[in-house]
Design a protein around this ligand. Structure first.
Ligand SMILES: Nc1ncnc2c1ncn2[C@@H]1O[C@H](COP(=O)(O)OP(=O)(O)OP(=O)(O)O)[C@@H](O)[C@H]1O
Ligand SMILES: [Mg+2]
Length: 454
């Protein structure tokens, strides 16, 4: 039960407020502000109802004293008609809001409810920021799920040795981030980290990019050009999308790795290499080997240690931390001051599946922050795609879900229910019909009726 503290110099007000609130809250009241300060030092309250005019005391000073004892105490000022200006001053000094006397029960309850919701979000934000500070992560990689803890352990073990690593994971799971973390936390950190996207460079250029060339090696080679390998010497070369490397080049890469030297095109002088190789792929390399599109010998050479990065949907525990992480990042970048997500928006984002993983999540947060008009991101600020995938969250998030439907027609509710159930089941009609207790044919008709497949 949340705790409410009432401070008013009129005993009658103390007792009538206590009477109005005590069924739902743990209430303590006093006419003596000094007594109140003693209590606040002893126990933690959630909300304080404070009269600004309390006998010989200055209410603003009491307010400041209360806040200095307990920073997250929400103080609601009770003010008589005509003293609004002092209430405004109180808000500047940290009061949550003010109410004008005489108070009615509904008004009081709705303000308290709103204040508690606000406080809950604030406490959550505080908690998450602390967790982030406590380094729930490694070198900017955020995560506390067991899967990510394994990743951190592995990075720790690998950072100071030269073992070849292949990082495997779907798009946007942080493969490059992990490769950089290995490099920048290890002994080679003062030498270059050079990333090569094997899929993005045209096949005929990849060789010259990687190995470099001498002037005149081919038409267009107007001067000597250092290759990525040489450039990365003493540091780390990151071969991204290695699964897309053409077969002939795979043979050449293997030779470089075996001999630890590279010969630029058109040159006879090998360059000795001392570097670490980290490769990444979103493909199943073993399968590629079986299919004959990836060399087995190269596979064995690169894949001494395999590091698997789980897709986001396999580590939902990390979501709240990641939300907070990206909100902080984009606050700085976009010059915003977003505190967090509304409960509904958070729920919506927790339900979403993130086919594009963390990159997609980052984009969603950035978008929502651009759209947000208050200090908490609302469901309506999220991309439609995300809202649609978890439509249930957009209308049923009161304590009593049925209550929030009052005012809608039966048809509208039916439509919402079908839409939400379909989306929960990823569009599978058979499953959806079964849950709804109707035939598949019936479901099809309703989908057509409500135009849900448009
Ligand atoms: N655990 C994490 N904590 C914080 N940010 C992360 C995390 N994982 C990924 N990111 C961020 O998500 C984005 C995508 O990460 P990255 O580029 O490393 O993914 P990738 O696996 O290489 O993706 P692709 O296969 O599409 O190249 C980057 O902005 C990265 O900083
Ligand atoms: Mg990448």
């Amino acid at each position: 039960m949340e705790k409410i503290l009432i401070i008013d110099d009129e005993a009658a007000i103390c007792s009538s407020l206590t009477f109005a609130l005590e069924d739902n809250f743990a209430v303590k009241s006093t006419t003596d502000p000094l007594q109140a300060l003693v209590w606040v030092k002893e126990e933690k309250f959630d909300i304080c109802l404070l009269d600004l005019k309390i006998g010989q005391y200055n209410g603003i000073e009491i307010l400041m004293e209360l806040k200095s004892i307990q920073k997250d105490l929400l103080v609601i000022i009770m003010t008589a008609y005509g003293t609004i200006s002092s209430s405004v001053e109180a808000i500047k000094k940290g009061a949550y809001t003010y109410l004008t006397k005489p108070l009615n029960k509904e008004g009081l309850y709705s303000i308290i409810e709103q204040a508690l919701k606000y406080q809950k979000l604030n406490r959550q934000v505080e908690y998450l920021s602390k967790e982030l500070e406590n380094k729930y992560g490694y070198e900017g990689i955020i995560g506390k799920s067991p899967l990510m803890k394994n990743v951190f352990n592995l990075i720790e073990k690998l950072k100071d040795v030269d073992t070849n690593v292949v990082v495997i994971g779907e798009s946007g799971t942080g493969k490059e981030l992990v490769a950089r973390a290995i490099h920048y936390s290890g002994k080679r950190k003062t030498d270059p980290f050079v990333a090569v996207n094997c899929a993005a460079i045209p096949e005929n250029l990849l060789e010259s990019e990687l190995f470099g060339y001498k002037k005149g090696a081919f038409s267009g080679a107007a001067s000597d050009q250092i290759g990525k390998f040489q450039y990365a010497n003493h540091g780390t070369i990151f071969l991204d999308e290695i699964g897309d490397m053409p077969m002939p080049l795979q043979a050449k890469l293997l030779r470089v790795l075996q001999q630890k030297q590279v010969i630029p095109l058109g040159s006879n002088d090998p360059i000795e290499l001392n570097l670490r190789v980290i490769a990444a792929t979103n493909k199943d390399l073993k399968k590629a080997v079986e299919e004959g599109v990836f060399r087995q010998d190269l596979y064995f050479r690169l894949n001494v240690v395999e590091m698997y990065l789980p897709p986001l949907r396999e580590k939902p525990q990390d979501l709240p931390l990641l939300f907070q992480h990206f909100i902080q990042n984009y606050n700085a970048e976009l010059n915003k001051d977003i505190r967090g997500l509304s409960e509904e928006a958070q729920e919506c984002l927790l339900q979403y599946q993130y086919p594009g993983n963390i990159r997609e999540l980052a984009n969603i947060i950035e978008y929502a922050m651009l759209m947000a008009e208050s200090s908490y991101i609302q469901v309506t600020n999220l991309p439609l795609e995300v809202q649609k995938k978890s439509s249930i969250a957009t209308f049923s998030y009161n304590q009593n879900p049925i209550e929030s439907l009052v005012g809608l027609s039966i048809d509208k509710v039916e439509r919402l229910l079908i839409e939400a159930t379909l989306s929960r089941n990823e569009g599978q009609r058979k499953k959806t019909a079964k849950i709804l207790g109707i035939s598949e044919r019936g479901l099809r008709n309703k989908i057509a009726k409500y135009k849900l497949n448009e």
